[in-house]
Design a protein around this ligand. Structure first.
Ligand code: ADP
Length: 596
């Protein structure tokens, strides 16, 4: 009861923002229905007294006719209002679902990348996304139901009050047990849903692993289907066992509530008989009052049922409202200053960075400089901070300490969108869009989406053109197998697509994180045969485990545990015989014949 006003407010504001017209129509109809229902009772009284009058020969049939016609008219309106309520609920459900999903997407695309490193955010995002599909219909049903029930209860109560106030009090009292029972039952299901969230997510994940192409090969190779399936079934079993208990409890509570209510309704009717006997009411009044009592009962039942629906969807409403509320804060927090279009000198000045989930710094006091047109490389062992530094330079993360300047302007204080505009980047875990070959490359700069010549040029540079032109539909061929007619590619070919996308972006600063990891040696050699031409004079930051691609860089930075421990050209670094020389020699030794 205490939460109902807050829930109503949340549900109302979401519904109102999604479907103003439909909701207003729905409310107007229910208001009309409420008026009709009150009128119906008074007309019933008139019709009954007319019929009794006719039977006793005191009235003519024609006297009763207007009441009967009015009854027909009112009941037509009521039938229509009932149908409209159900249908509008359906429409409202979908409109609200769409609006809710839109708002989830606003948040999911509006937050900075770092949010995706937080399990709490991911949890809430997942909950908001799945609930936004299923819950709005329930919420709309609850909302319109509560609204309709409240209005009609007011109407019928007014009519009943006019007939005999005692009944009004008795009927309302009779429904107190049912109301309590419904609230109890809703609470039980609410608690069940809260407890199950975590388990449901684990189960969803397992079903995901068992149905996705990405895991299909490994699941078979390691014979994991049975193993995962058992875990999945166990989670279902646990959920169902608890659901059975919950359902049994709800049935018990409902039955007791219903029985008490029925007993009280019977008592009401008994009082009615006593009143007629004592001639406190005439037969027509009693008939109308009986109809009103039944109607009021139905409406009270509708109210408790709808409030139950609303209560059950409250988990969603509250969760959703607070999740979406994060959005305006983000917009306000984004700096307004614009970064320049590129730089002559980039400087990373004493930059440190920590991930929110880890105490240890991923980057620790890093300082470096890059001149326009230079090719610089980052090398270091796994986890030394290379990708993190690349993400900071691409404007995807902001440093915890220190500054990144472009010709003296601190771009960490600028709108990150304006920084990213001048950066082309591909990561190790690059995206594979299930779109056409053209679109896969053109997404590199969607503002130039239609420039086929440029797309082909980028594909030639990355070596993707050779296999794209062999596809049945060439650049218009769909990539990836999930859709009909899609052509799946090898990992190396996908990597060339990603490279082509980065080239198509045509940004002055190019960041390539392991761009050749999936390429065979010949492809890699071809690609890097003429590096300067490949990059077309752009500034390039290259991360690679392959020293062959790194050695020609103008400057190499060696990272170790988040710090730069060595810097220089290949020759300089070999001369100092430190970490770089050690790693280089290790890799080179793998290719050399120990006999030589
Ligand atoms: P590299 O690219 O050199 O392999 P990374 O920059 O990916 O290294 O990682 C640097 C450090 O930060 C590692 O210790 C890694 O475990 C940690 N790290 C990377 N990504 C995350 C993340 N999303 N959340 C928490 N820690 C992370």
């Amino acid at each position: 009861m205490r939460r109902l006003p807050r829930l109503l407010r949340g549900a109302l504001s979401l519904t109102w923002s999604a479907a103003r017209k439909e909701f207003a129509a729905s409310a107007a109809l229910q208001l009309a229905a409420a008026a009709c229902m009150a009128a119906q009772i008074l007309i019933v009284q008139r019709a009954l007294s007319g019929v009794i009058g006719v039977a006793e020969g005191k009235e003519d049939i024609s006297d009763v006719l207007p009441a009967i016609l009015a009854l027909a008219a009112v009941s037509t309106v009521l039938t229509f209002a009932n149908i409209a309520r159900t249908e509008l609920q359906r429409l409202l459900g979908e409109l609200v679902a769409r609006r809710a999903l839109d708002q989830v997407l606003d948040v999911s695309t509006g937050v900075e990348l770092l949010a995706y490193d937080s399990p709490t955010f991911l949890d809430r995002l997942q909950r908001a996304r799945t609930n936004a599909v299923s819950r709005p219909a329930q919420m709309a049903t609850g909302l319109v139901g509560v609204l309709s029930a409240l209005l009609t209860i007011a109407g019928v109560s007014a009519a009943l009050f006019f007939l005999e106030p005692v009944f009004l009090v008795v009927v309302l009292l009779a429904y107190v047990p049912l109301w309590i029972a419904t609230t109890r039952a809703s609470k039980v299901i609410y608690r069940f849903n809260v407890v199950q969230t975590e388990r449901d997510r684990r189960r969803d994940y397992l079903s995901y692993v068992l149905t996705r192409k990405e895991e299909a090969a490994e699941v078979r190779a390691f014979d994991l289907s049975g193993f995962f399936r058992r875990q999945y079934e166990k989670l279902w079993d646990e959920r169902l066992a608890e659901l059975r208990t919950v359902v049994a409890r709800r049935m018990r509570v409902g039955l007791i509530g219903g029985m008490v209510t029925s007993a009280l309704t019977a008592a009401t009717l008994a009082v009615l008989v006593v009143f007629i006997n004592g001639e406190r009411m005439d037969l027509a009044q009693a008939g109308a009052a009986a109809a009103a009592v039944v109607l009021l009962g139905q409406r009270l039942q509708l109210l408790s049922g709808s409030a139950g629906s609303l209560y059950e969807s409250s988990l969603f409403i509250e969760d959703f409202t607070s999740f979406v509320a994060a959005m305006p804060v983000l917009d306000a927090a984004r700096p307004k200053d614009q970064a320049p279009d590129g730089f002559r000198k980039l400087r990373v000045d004493s930059v440190s960075f920590s991930y929110p989930t880890r105490d240890e710094a991923a980057l620790d006091n890093v300082t470096l400089e890059v001149e326009q047109g230079q090719v610089v490389a980052l090398v270091g062992e796994n986890g030394s901070g290379k990708t993190t530094l690349a993400k900071l330079l691409a404007g995807l993360y902001q440093p915890s300490l220190g500054a990144i300047t472009w010709d003296g302007i601190d771009v960490t204080k600028c709108d990150p969108l304006s920084v990213r505009r001048s950066v082309g980047v591909i990561f190790q875990d690059f995206a594979k869009y299930m779109l056409t070959a053209h679109d896969n490359i053109a997404t590199g700069r969607h503002e130039r989406f239609d420039l086929r010549d440029e797309v082909v040029r980028a594909a030639r540079r990355s070596g993707a053109d050779s296999f794209i032109s062999r596809l049945p539909k060439g650049y218009d061929g769909r990539l990836g197998s999930p859709f009909l007619g899609g052509n799946d590619l090898s990992v190396g070919q996908w990597q060339r697509m990603a490279l082509a996308r980065a080239f198509f972006r045509d940004a002055p600063f190019l960041i390539l994180d392991e761009p050749t990891a999936a390429l065979d040696p010949r492809s890699e050699a071809d690609l890097f045969e003429n590096v300067r031409e490949l990059y077309g004079g752009r500034t390039v930051l290259l991360i690679s485990h392959r020293f062959s691609t790194v050695r020609s860089a103008d400057m190499i930075f060696v990272l170790f545990a988040g710090r730069i421990v060595e810097r220089g050209t290949h020759e300089q670094l070999m001369d100092i015989a430190g970490l770089y020389a050690e790693l280089f020699t290790l890799q080179a030794a793998g290719f050399l014949d120990p006999q030589q």
